[in-house]
Design a protein around this ligand. Structure first.
Ligand code: IMP
Ligand code: ZN
Length: 347
């Protein structure tokens, strides 16, 4: 049962203006969006109705089958647009004021969807769904299992859409942590930065098997790192010396079992060292935790008070893939919110 201070804290974290910088579109579909997509598709694919959409996950195996199911729901452009719009609406309703979504372009020959038309559907949804109170930008993901040719094709798409839209701001390395090699894909990331001026973020050291390739990932001087769960001596020194901001996804890490408990989460060290980090969700639909809940968890686990939560959110502005003018505007908005909501800082 939630007590009064719990609900006050949840209310504060919901109202707090927040930055979301690590959210995979397909992992961010809420159960209600999944149900709406099933309803749109059930006539042509009745099997979809049989899948039990969980309101929360009970075990690790759930999320692999859930991703497989989600990819059946977002297998054509109209569904991709619908899903992206819903994800944007939900982040805005959760108090996010600046959102960087990310997604891996996916083709589906059966429905005539190409990687190009997939991205076009996402970008159109973002452009149509710009909220009065929230800017949305896109990071394009390159899957670790890609060949260099596929990765370069993704960079070509990023460069193409840069010609007609200001939505795409960065490129990400994601996917199964046990597969692929960054070394093989590195030229694509270098070209994304050189030709497009794109910022780079890499899923980094999620499991022990990733540690040998860490120097290679760091050699590209990433602008941010996803997770950075395990810091061996070399990684720790480099990440700290270069003050590389870390995208922190507590619930995702605990559910994926890359971190044993919330109390053991490595964000504790970052807090102690005053190292840059951004609290994020990763896959809010799959792991059942939205961004305001991630702030609640950080507060409860590490005893952060409301001023510290505001500071964490405020500092995150410096680490987003936006120009200085946007960052200055966001900072002004945050400070105005704090001034208008002084009463919320009294627990
Ligand atoms: P999509 O790129 O929009 O299709 O988002 C889902 C994809 O994000 C998954 O298939 C994974 O490849 C990737 N993903 C989600 N969470 C993680 C993570 O924690 N580590 C690495 N990749 C992830
Ligand atoms: Zn991720």
């Amino acid at each position: 049962m939630t007590n009064l201070s719990d609900s006050n804290l949840s209310d504060f974290c919901l109202k707090l203006p927040k930055i979301e910088a690590h959210a995979h579109i397909n992992g961010s579909l809420s159960p209600s969006t999944m149900r709406a997509l099933v309803a749109r598709k059930v006539d042509v694919n009745p099997e979809l109705a049989a899948f039990e959409i969980p309101d929360s996950l009970n075990c690790i195996d759930d999320f692999f089958s859930l991703f497989k199911f989600i990819y059946q729901l977002t297998d054509d452009e109209a569904s991709v647009t619908f899903a992206t719009q819903k994800v944007i609406e939900e982040f805005a309703a959760d108090g996010v004021r600046y959102l960087e979504l990310r997604t891996t372009p996916r083709a589906n020959a059966d429905k005539g969807m190409t990687k190009h038309s997939y991205l076009q559907a996402v970008i159109q949804a973002i452009e149509q769904q710009q909220q009065a109170n929230m800017k949305t930008r896109l990071i394009i993901s390159i899957d670790r299992r890609n060949t260099l040719e596929e990765a370069q094709e993704t960079v070509d798409l990023a460069l193409h859409f840069q010609q007609c839209s200001n939505v795409v701001v960065g490129v990400d390395l994601c996917g199964d942590v046990m597969k692929g090699s960054f070394l093989a894909l590195k030229p694509a990331f270098e070209r994304a930065r050189q030709q497009g001026g794109f910022k780079l973020t890499l899923h980094f050291n999620e499991v022990a098997e990733n540690i040998p390739e860490a120097p290679e990932l760091l050699s590209i001087r990433p602008d941010r790192l996803g997770h950075a769960t395990l810091l061996d001596d070399y990684s720790r020194t480099t990440v700290y010396q270069q003050a590389i901001p870390v995208e922190i996804c507590m619930t995702s890490n605990v559910f994926s079992k890359t971190v044993a408990t919330y109390e053991d989460h490595h964000v504790k060290q970052l807090l102690e060292e005053d190292h840059p980090f951004i609290l994020c969700t990763d896959d809010k639909g799959v792991f059942g935790s939205d961004l305001s809940n991630e702030y609640v968890l950080a507060a409860k686990t590490f005893g952060l008070d409301r001023h510290q939560l505001f500071e964490a959110s405020f500092k995150s502005i410096d680490y987003v893939f936006a120009d200085q003018e946007t960052k200055d505007q966001l900072k002004a908005d945050w400070l105005a919110w704090k001034k208008d909501n002084q009463d919320l800082f009294v627990a």
